[in-house]
Design a protein around this ligand. Structure first.
Ligand code: URA
Length: 237
């Protein structure tokens, strides 16, 4: 692939902008200044890429990454009142069409899967796929067996005709429970807990399907591994 096309694919701008990056002497590959924007490049052979003074690790497309969303960020490209989760990603990514697999509320933290693979967004957020989402929920009032029973047996949400039940619910400590749901209704966890007579004061997503948030620091992102992609049924190696 020609260098400027590769730069475009990595999110460095339009074709013209990427040609100019090279013409202005702003691209270095493995310590050498790139002279010709038509230079054929083999992505697998590049070990150090410097664009406009910033090091860049080439990413394989489609892109699949997880973000540990902090509170105070909207899962939207056009946020209304807060910053966008996409502002936590490198600037180059803003040129790629990245979308989130399901939204998290502004005050919800934890695992957000982001990708340029539209089919993946569609498949994993489709209600028919029943992808399990696990949350750690901090409650206003102490958790008890009755709350867990109601969440598991099903609660009737306002404006819904059918009861919604958790796949799993367990008490973690006095005011914390773990809850797994496989539907994706608006504010579902908060509404379920409210319908069962308690209130959510903190919500943190720890898993999506077989993808676990693990030790990723809040506000940080990383690419999914081949093993994680396989676990999500996206592709194997
Ligand atoms: N349920 C909610 O109520 N909020 C979220 O952000 C996710 C699930």
């Amino acid at each position: 692939m020609e260098l400027y096309r590769f730069l475009q694919q990595q999110g460095f701008g339009s074709r013209k902008e990427c040609r100019q990056l090279v013409e202005y002497g702003l691209v270095e590959i493995d310590g050498h200044l790139a002279q010709d924007y038509r230079l054929p490049v083999d992505v697998a052979m590049i070990s150090a890429l410097l664009v406009d003074g910033e090091p860049w690790q080439p990413v394989a497309l489609p892109l699949y990454l997880m973000l540990n969303k902090p509170a105070g960020y909207e899962t939207s490209h056009k946020p209304q009142h807060h910053r966008s989760v996409y502002s936590l990603l490198p600037r180059q990514f803003s040129r790629l069409e990245i979308a989130a697999v399901g939204r998290l509320d502004v005050d919800t933290t934890g695992l957000l899967l982001l990708t340029t693979d539209g089919a993946c967004v569609h498949a994993l957020s489709s209600p028919r796929r029943h992808v399990a989402k696990r949350y750690e929920v901090t409650l206003k009032h102490p958790a008890d067996a009755e709350l867990i029973r109601q969440l598991k047996d099903g609660v009737l949400l306002k404006d819904e005709k059918e009861r919604v039940m958790a796949d799993e619910a367990e008490i973690l400590s006095d005011e914390r429970i773990a809850l797994t749901i496989s539907q994706g209704k608006y504010h579902q966890v908060k509404r379920m807990v409210a319908a069962a007579g308690n209130r959510v004061v903190g919500l943190h997503r720890t898993a999506l399907g077989r993808l676990e948030l693990g030790e990723l620091e809040e506000g940080c992102w990383r690419l999914l591994t081949a093993d994680e992609l396989e676990r999500l049924g996206l592709r194997g190696e």
